[in-house]
Design a protein around this ligand. Structure first.
Ligand SMILES: Nc1ncnc2c1ncn2[C@@H]1O[C@H](COP(=O)(O)OP(=O)(O)OP(=O)(O)O)[C@@H](O)[C@H]1O
Ligand SMILES: [Mg+2]
Length: 285
């Protein structure tokens, strides 16, 4: 297939003055940005060469409106993680486009892309990916420091976020001194440190028991109420049922696109919306 080499420009998504602290929608949409928070157009990622080509993501078109919680499901190897990495600028498409907050990001240069990831995307991974030698608070401070915040501002923001995820009393603990659910809550706090346009979560509850899963979903529900755009990859139907919308992937393509109503029931291509968290909590009772 024809390979398209991404063009490199020095443009970055944000000015230096558009950061805004807080847990809420205020900072999530730069003034004047219209359209979806996240958009993929003909997104394609091919691994390998010659005989062994793998179309991990194969021509995906996807719009995620600001404030939407989207779950991506599908069998192992269908391309979910690859799609998420492309959407967050962790990987580059072979073909197609990624737009974040109304700006095209797939052809940004390395430095601009790294800067954009730090400031505009919050990642949450199944395996937490916390820094082992740093305390919970230091882990949450780090992205703000890397984005140029003063140590004082970073400390204040971390304290605020740890409070919001219910871990104010664990700020000085190392990750090894925390439970899996607590580690993942630290990871969520870290993802929010720079008030990102989107939070991208890859199997965020994959290592958690049902009580810890509920904690994370409660947090996500608070984020949704605050207007945070969230895309999560999950194998867990109960987790997917808490989203506003579920897309399922098959062999690198989007096979289904369903809006959920408040009970986790689906309406394909409909306009339901609302929270499905109630459904999960009922199942767990
Ligand atoms: N770095 C890589 N090099 C070659 N092939 C890869 C690479 N990463 C992923 N793939 C292939 O791309 C396809 C999609 O992988 P991906 O990790 O996106 O799947 P997934 O849906 O996230 O699976 P899982 O549910 O198991 O996490 C798979 O066939 C995988 O083997
Ligand atoms: Mg995966």
């Amino acid at each position: 297939m024809k390979r398209v080499v991404p063009r490199v420009t020095g443009r970055s998504l944000h000015s230096d003055t558009d950061e805004s602290p807080g847990w809420g929608p205020a900072g999530h949409r730069p003034a004047g940005v219209a359209g979806p928070a996240l958009r993929a157009v003909g997104l394609t990622r091919v691994y390998g060469e010659d005989e062994s080509l793998v179309w991990a993501v194969d021509g995906v078109d996807l719009d995620v409106p600001a404030g939407q919680t989207l779950a991506v499901t599908g069998p192992s190897g269908c391309g979910k993680s690859t799609l998420l990495q492309l959407l967050g600028g962790l990987d580059r498409p072979t073909e197609g486009e990624v737009w974040l907050g109304g700006r095209r990001i797939d052809h940004l240069g390395e430095r601009a892309l790294a800067r954009l990831r730090r400031r505009s995307v919050g990642f949450v991974f199944q395996a937490y990916h916390l820094m082992h030698e740093l305390s919970a608070a230091q882990n949450v401070e780090l992205p703000a420091l890397l984005a140029g915040a003063s140590p004082r501002a970073a400390r204040r923001r971390a304290a605020e976020l740890l409070q919001q995820v219910g871990l104010a009393g664990r700020a000085r603990h190392l990750p090894s001194e925390l439970s899996g659910g607590q580690r993942q809550r630290v990871a969520v706090a870290r993802a929010l440190a720079n008030d990102p346009l989107v939070v991208l979560a890859d199997e965020p509850t994959g290592n958690l028991d049902s009580a810890a899963t509920r904690d994370i979903l409660r947090l996500f529900d608070e984020l949704r109420a605050a207007g945070q755009t969230l895309v999560m990859v999950t194998h867990d139907e109960r987790v997917a049922a808490t989203a506003d919308r579920v897309v399922s992937m098959r062999d690198g393509t989007l096979a289904d696109d369903t809006r959920l109503d408040g009970d986790g029931r689906g309406t394909r291509h409909g306009h339901g919306g609302g929270t499905g968290l109630g459904a999960l909590l009922r199942w767990e009772d």
